[in-house]
Ligand binder design. Structure first.
Ligand SMILES: Nc1ncnc2c1ncn2[C@@H]1O[C@H](COP(=O)(O)OP(=O)(O)OP(=O)(O)O)[C@@H](O)[C@H]1O
Ligand SMILES: [Mg+2]
Length: 471
């Protein structure tokens, strides 16, 4: 369809205007026809009343005339009537012979008149009408009524009147009708302009804003002017814009944080390398520098591998592994490892694991990543006391609870701990770390459709991390 190539605004306009014109024209024609019929009927009716009245006037004189008396009065009465009323009159006997007529009607006394439709009807029904051109070619209304005298039919009275005045009347009424219809069409067009404008303008706005956003103006918002579908669309657009804006900000700060974290070890590497270039170094100094270089490289390698894991998850490249894990034996492996770490710090390590745990629908590597990060945190942020791991399986859900008696954190910080590079003020200066471990854990848990919570009763009161995984 051609319409699809037009803008919504033009399409609405075309449809509205088409409907207005077609509707207006149909109304105009129907009303016009009715007006026309009514006007013509009025004219004819007027003539009929006249004819019936006049015919009774002639009943007496005609009966005298037909009985052979003089026709003295007839012609004169007709002329007087014509002057008063203005019609042309003709009186015929039963044989259609003209007996009396008004001037200029072109009849001859006693001349036979052709039988016309109005006469035929007047004979059978008492009255008949016909519209046809007269001898001069002008449309004329002919009306015939029978003249009766004491139940005898004596003849006919034929009235004729030009139709032009009636037609003029009809034309005048058509003109009036057109004058009344045009403002309505105008109104419909004005309304359609308004409606189409009110729909297409906000859409234009939306389009321009989208283009602006594509050029990088992420703060672009659309003013919401209505509560209708377009208003809702604008609202969703604004919501989308704010989400993208926030995402872009996180991405930007992620990159700058990552660069920042890499810069410090790189500076150390550079300084140590320069120091190693010195000629008169003792072997102890050399060993110390090399050792420091080794540590910085390890440090950077850990950061880079954390970043790589996050990048892989962000890109959706983290394998949606269908593998499952033998939960109990993997957990024992992990526990064995972290028990040693805990004991090295003189911490008590408690493990409480259901013996009849089913298989976990998660890759063993991912389970290790999650628990290694949580347990390493628990040990790292607990100077003394206890670290424990509790694992349960209930209602098709695995729950892992890692708790400690360490530094804890202010309760309101809970959700922020999962943000990338976020580290709580209290530990930042004393304990090293990048603030990436928990964001990796959360990304993995989300990936498997699970959830994670961090709770603490406050600084110095220990922390509890709970992971729920479907399975
Ligand atoms: N068990 C805990 N007790 C108290 N605070 C914790 C605990 N675990 C995490 N936190 C807080 O949450 C922050 C983020 O932890 P996350 O594991 O993401 O980073 P990190 O341990 O500092 O560094 P890394 O990237 O090496 O893991 C920590 O800096 C710390 O402030
Ligand atoms: Mg950590």
């Amino acid at each position: 369809m051609m319409l699809h190539r037009l803008t919504i605004r033009r399409r609405l306009l075309v449809i509205f205007i088409l409907i207005a014109f077609v509707g207006g024209a149909v109304q105009f024609l129907i009303a016009g026809r009715q007006l026309e019929a009514a006007t013509l009927e009025f004219h004819q009716h007027h003539l009929e009343t006249d004819a019936l009245l006049v015919s009774t006037t002639f009943s007496e004189p005609l009966s005298h005339l037909l009985e052979g008396e003089s026709d003295d009065g007839l012609g004169r009465t007709l002329s007087a009537l014509q002057q008063q009323v203005g019609h042309n009159y003709l009186i015929l006997d039963m044989n259609h012979r003209a007996i009396g007529y008004t001037a200029n009607s072109g009849y001859q006394m006693g001349g036979k008149v052709t039988v016309t439709p109005e006469l035929t009807r007047a004979r059978s029904e008492g009255i008949g009408a016909d519209i046809r051109p007269n001898s001069a070619g002008e449309a004329t209304l002919y009306l015939a009524v029978s003249i009766q005298h004491e139940s005898d039919m004596l003849g006919y009275l034929v009235l004729s009147e030009p139709m032009q005045p009636a037609y003029d009347d009809v034309n005048r009424r058509y003109a009036e009708l057109a004058v009344a219809t045009l403002p309505v069409i105008g109104l419909v067009i004005a309304a359609s302009l308004w409606v189409s404008g009110s729909i297409s303008k906000p859409i234009q706005h939306l389009r321009n804003s989208a283009l602006l956003m594509a050029k990088g103006h992420l703060q672009t918002r659309i003013p919401i002017t209505s509560q209708d579908e377009i208003g809702q669309l604008a609202e969703s657009f604004n919501y989308m814009a704010s989400q993208i804006d926030a995402l872009m900000k996180t991405q930007r700060s992620f990159v700058s944080n990552a660069a920042h974290e890499l810069r410090t070890p790189l500076m150390t590497l550079k300084l140590r390398a320069e120091a190693l270039a010195e000629e008169n170094l003792t072997s102890t100094e050399r060993d110390t520098y090399l050792n420091e270089i080794q540590q910085e490289v390890d440090h950077m390698a850990r950061l880079v591998s954390s970043l790589l894991i996050l990048a892989r998850i962000d890109e959706g490249r983290h394998p949606p592994e269908k593998t499952t894990t033998d939960t109990v034996s993997t957990l024992h492996d992990i526990i064995r490892n972290w028990r040693i770490e805990a004991q090295a710090k003189w911490l008590t390590f408690q493990a409480d694991i259901d013996t009849n745990l089913p298989e976990l629908p998660m890759s063993p590597n991912d389970l290790r990543l999650v628990l290694d990060n949580l347990l390493s945190n628990a040990i790292k942020y607990t100077p003394q006391g206890r670290v424990s791991l509790k694992v349960r399986h209930q209602h098709k859900t695995f729950s892992f609870e890692i708790s400690d008696t360490g530094h804890g954190f202010p309760a309101e910080q809970g959700p922020r701990l999962f943000e990338r590079f976020y580290r709580s003020e209290t530990v930042r200066a004393q304990i090293t770390g990048y603030g990436l471990g928990l964001s990796i854990v959360k990304a993995i848990v989300d990936h498997y459709g699970g959830r994670i919570e961090a709770t603490s009763e406050g600084t110095g009161k220990g922390a509890v991390f709970t992971v729920h995984l479907p399975g």
